[in-house]
Design a binder for this molecule. Structure first.
Ligand SMILES: Cc1ncc(COP(=O)(O)O)c(C=O)c1O
Length: 375
């Protein structure tokens, strides 16, 4: 059956105006001349890195950040200008790619920095370096402030290197009231004081979205915001309460409607059976699109402006919805799995709660076969 559909089988509509407004909203939060760095790693948290980077810049982001060198190269290949910070650990090949993309790299060991200097010498252009102190994230960076100072001194002294920044990353900024965040902030603030004395002009940055929204003292010279840029709440609540606008709508459509009698089942393993006569709709979207199998009998879709429970096991390419005893839902009707329809809306935060995860993973998990449409 071929129909002219108002929607596609699995479509992610990305509202770039929302990304731009979220960027401007985060920018407005900043105090004391701090700048906004838009974190667009992992394809802009599933939304599309290049398009979201442009929208974030239109909203006032002065910097971009990625996790990998290849992501930085992709931004440059699409004409993105301005400083790009590659935040991840890099092999030497990757460091070379980062330098090719004229991106800044992060270092915390002298040995690595020596190799970066050699790469930069061959290019005849100093490598721009940010030194990372691990103040309690327990991930990248050195936890030894003396080592971080040595690495920074080396970057400042070597003609093939340029010391641009010092940085850290918070482990619990999204848990207001915890004791670890103030401790990390205190350690970093002390380190920044020394670093600025040794290297006037060095910039300091620490805050992710949660820290940016929670603590002005964490803003320093630059904040690195990802999740909030896409209108997702870093605290897993309602983004609207923080004036953030979700950018993503995930849509499918009703591909089939059929009558079920009591006892009839939908999907693999017969995990749902009609207990009364009802209509069932089939949406051609599934875990192959990133609509996870753990949402089996555990999600809703908006069709005709109303919430409809997903029933049965999520397949790779299809899910079923219970439309009720009487329905005017027809083949071709639009189905919204994330986003608004009429007065109803389904937030990524709701889907994340159902999955026992965080909103980040919901959008990052959308598969490449889901077309992104920019609006
Ligand atoms: C080092 C670093 N800075 C900033 C961010 C942005 O964090 P968020 O998306 O919570 O704003 C990330 C993302 O995880 C990160 O790894």
């Amino acid at each position: 059956m071929v129909l002219t559909q108002p929607a596609e089988r699995a479509l992610a509509r990305v509202n770039l105006g929302a990304v731009e407004r979220n960027s401007a909203r985060l920018r407005a939060e900043l105090t004391g001349g701090s700048e906004l760095c838009a974190v667009v790693k992992a394809e802009g948290y599933g939304h599309g890195a290049v398009e979201c980077a442009r929208a974030a810049q239109a909203g006032g982001a002065a910097w971009l950040a990625t996790a990998t060198a290849a992501e930085a190269a992709e931004l440059r290949a699409h004409g993105l200008v301005g400083p790009i910070l590659v935040q991840g650990a890099l092999t030497l090949d990757e460091a070379e790619s980062a330098l090719d993309a004229e991106a800044d790299v992060v270092a915390w060991r002298e040995e690595f920095l020596r190799r970066v200097a050699e790469l930069a010498a061959r290019r005849g252009r100093p490598a721009r370096v940010h030194v990372k102190l691990d103040t309690g994230m327990g991930r990248l960076g050195t936890a030894d402030a003396a080592e971080a100072h040595r690495v920074a001194d080396m970057a400042a002294a070597d003609a093939d290197l340029e010391l641009v920044g010092v940085m850290t990353h918070f482990a619990t900024a999204d848990e207001p009231g915890d004791e670890h965040f103030p401790l990390q902030l205190e350690r970093f603030t002390a380190f920044v004081g020394d670093a600025r004395e040794r290297h006037p002009g060095v910039i300091a940055h620490a805050a992710n979205s949660a820290a940016t929204l929670r603590e002005p003292a964490a803003h320093f010279d630059l904040v690195r915001c990802g999740v909030a840029l896409y209108g997702l709440d870093p605290f897993q609540g309602d983004p609207a309460e923080r004036d953030l606008e979700p950018a993503l709508t995930l849509e499918s459509y009703v591909g089939a409607v059929k009558r079920f009698e009591p006892g009839q089942s939908a999907g693999y393993g017969r995990t749902w059976r009609a207990d009364a006569p009802t209509w069932v709709g089939v949406l051609p979207i599934g875990y192959g699109d990133g609509w996870r199998r753990a949402l089996s009998n555990n999600a809703e879709a908006l069709i005709g402006g109303a919430r409809r429970p997903l029933v049965g096991t999520v397949s790779m390419d299809n899910v079923a919805v219970d439309l009720g005893r009487e329905t005017d839902v027809a083949v071709g009707d639009r189905a919204v799995l994330v986003g608004a329809q009429g007065d109803e809306r389904i937030l990524c935060e709701e889907v994340a709660r159902r999955l026992g995860t965080i909103n980040y993973e919901v959008t990052c998990g959308l598969a490449p076969r889901v077309r992104r449409r920019y609006e």
